[in-house]
Design a protein around this ligand. Sequence first.
Ligand SMILES: [Zn+2]
Length: 254
Amino acid sequence: MIDAHIHLDDKRFDKDRATLIKNAEKKGINKFITAAVSVSGFSKLKDISEKYPSIIPSYGLHPYYINQHKKDDLKYLNLWLSSNNSCALGECGLDFFLKDLDKDRQQFFFEAQVELAKTHNLPLILHARGAVAAVFQGLKNARYYNAMIHSYNGSIEQTKQLLDKGIKFSFGGAMCNLNAHKLHKLVKYCPIDSIMFETDAPDQNLFPNNKIRNIPANLQKIIAYYAELTNQNINLVESNSDKVTTKFFKLNNL
Ligand SMILES: [Zn+2]
């Protein structure tokens, strides 16, 4: 199994990263698409991806840290992507849920990163909280749709349009809540060849543990929940999502 979105470089994993990776590997989770969030973390992620071969790095500027990012960071990201392996560009995107993040500034960094992804021919790992329409508009402006939206939660109408452009989605802990009816409907609507799975660890732990640290091994529970929700064979779901994720991130070419 492949975790399509995780932050294994997060400092909340500094104490027990090796153990947590081992525990996840015991459950059959053998690749972790790990997304950096700001230039200050790029060399740490590079280091740990060299130490742990199951960690596949991606580099980007996350909208949460919009006040930390400088315009020069885009130049740095461009150079970094030219000289380091990265399976994607991200995590980047827009967050209109948190009200203190300046929208125009977010938009500027997001659109610049879409252009960079295009230049480097890399898929995008997108964050689109409360901002699916704006993120889609950014992709349309650049005419670049090689993208996945992590922790996806758009409307069915939006999803139709995104699927039409070949955009992929990943689902995680939020789906594993009995009361997430709208999200369940969405998950069931998405064709299996458009879906990946993620933990987003250390964030987004499964309900009712959502306030405590999420761990990589939980991917298995997430996939099991999905298989049950959609009444599909779990082995089939696993092999299917592995195929989708491997193809999207070109993991066979790394
Ligand atoms: Zn994330």
